[in-house]
Design a protein around this ligand. Structure first.
Ligand code: ACO
Length: 403
């Protein structure tokens, strides 16, 4: 059955087929809408989060403060922060259905990001009655992600999950449930800095996916599940694990150049370098690099930190030589890998931790998109065949030709 809207689209497509069309592959440079959440300046290497320069706010704010900022436009006062902390902590428990799902997934060695996607999807089933208000739903998802990530990490290594402690903040709660002991202040600060750094970043692929889904007036869980799917890919949030693997493969400073040269000669991309928007060093790499320096400096083991800095230097020189004029610089994922490794997190859990940080940003974008209430629906320029005649099945094998 052909709907009138389809007909309208066909007519429009026929028109565009006869007139020149300006395509924007990857929607590069296309402005989707206005936002108050973050401003990304790719030429100057600047990131503003709801008015605050990244370098100013990320090393000082807690994740809860960032959530409040993105969801309300203001930093909280002490009372508001206390209230948000309580709202999140009281929702931390993982529902029985989701826990069972994670156990089954661990038994089948499902990858952590796939397990997180399934677990978040299952939250729809868990609350009785389900929270109807956007706020309740949003809080429940954000509150539960650290527990989902930590629980799955433990199940994967054959350990029992640890129940959440309600007195701990968001970052501390993840580290406690992951490692089974109360984390040190430096580790909590490092994770808060990381989560604050990645909480939002313009119309990146996963945020765009969330906006598309919520623009259909679907629910927040669906939007987050779509965003998680988009985040997983190696060109987006899936890069830090491979970035660290690359550093471990290099192992010693003198091997950096031959190993990286071989990768580039084989046509591989160096993970943690290059960005669609940043044509200078990603400011998030700077903030996370400094945090990693602090963390590794305090632990007294700076060998890995020094190796990473050396690999970065060599990689940048080789990228400039291999792809002259492309302006491939260090992106957020390179130092994400180092920092999360320093917090005792295994590389296959880097992307789920990224999702933990970005979740509140996705939700803030969903709110902005809901306020716009405009279905996101771009067009495609049709370049396929036209005026083909239908051939009955019995005759098709002999006569049909490939388009
Ligand atoms: N290593 C080697 N070559 C690269 C790299 C890299 N890391 N990044 C881009 N290039 C090359 C491309 O092959 C391309 O070469 P060509 O023009 O000769 O074909 C050229 O540089 C331009 O690259 P594009 O594909 O146009 O860049 P785009 O804007 O699409 O890609 C991206 C950005 C996906 C991040 C890319 O730089 C990349 O794949 N980097 C490695 C993966 C990575 O670090 N991802 C995390 C990104 S940060 C985030 O999403 C949170």
């Amino acid at each position: 059955m052909i709907h009138s809207t389809d007909l309208a689209t066909k007519e429009a497509t026929a028109e565009t087929n006869t007139s020149p069309v300006k395509l924007q592959p990857g929607l590069e440079g296309v402005v989707l809408s206005e936002t108050r959440l973050s401003r990304v300046d790719g030429e100057r290497g600047e990131l503003i989060l709801a008015g605050y320069p990244l370098e100013e706010i990320a090393p000082r704010a807690t994740y809860e403060e960032m959530v409040f900022l993105l969801w309300t436009g203001q930093l909280p006062d002490a009372l508001e922060l206390d209230q948000l902390h309580g709202d999140l902590a009281s929702r931390r428990e993982i529902p029985a259905i989701t826990l069972e799902l994670l156990r089954q997934a661990a038994g089948r060695k499902v990858k952590p990001m796939d397990a997180l996607r399934m677990a978040v999807a299952s939250l729809e089933l868990c609350d009785d009655p389900p929270p109807s208000r956007f706020e309740g739903e949003a809080l429940s998802v954000v509150a539960r992600i650290p527990g989902l990530v930590a629980t799955y990490a433990r199940l994967r290594r054959g350990e029992e999950p640890i129940a959440p402690r309600l007195d701990l903040g968001h970052s501390a709660s993840l580290l406690y449930q992951l490692h089974g002991k109360a984390p040190e202040a430096a580790a909590i600060r490092a994770l808060d800095t990381y989560l604050a750094t990645v909480i939002d970043h313009g119309a990146n692929a996963s945020t765009f996916a969330a906006r598309v889904i919520i623009s259909t007036r679907a629910d927040i869980i669906s939007a987050l599940v779509g965003a998680l799917g988009a985040l997983k890919g190696p060109l987006h949030g899936g890069a830090p694990g491979p970035a660290l693997d690359m550093v471990f493969e290099i192992a010693t400073p003198e091997r950096a150049e031959p190993v990286l040269r071989a990768k580039l000669a084989a046509g591989e991309r160096l993970m943690g370098f290059g960005h669609r928007v940043y044509k200078v060093r990603d400011p998030r790499a700077e903030v996370l690099g400094r945090e990693a320096e602090r963390l590794f400096g305090q632990s007294g083991d700076s060998a890995l930190y020094d190796l990473v800095r050396h690999v970065e230097k060599v990689a940048l020189a080789l990228l400039a030589e291999h792809k002259p004029g492309r302006r491939l610089e260090t992106n957020v994922e390179f130092y994400t890998a180092l920092l999360l490794h320093g917090l005792g997190i295994k590389s296959d859990h880097f992307t789920p931790i990224f999702a933990m940080g970005r979740a509140a940003g996705w939700i803030a974008h969903c709110r902005e998109q809901q306020a716009l209430d405009r279905l996101i629906r771009p067009r495609l320029h049709y370049v396929g065949a036209v005026n083909r005649s239908f051939i009955d099945l019995a005759l098709r094998a002999k006569t049909a030709t490939a388009p």
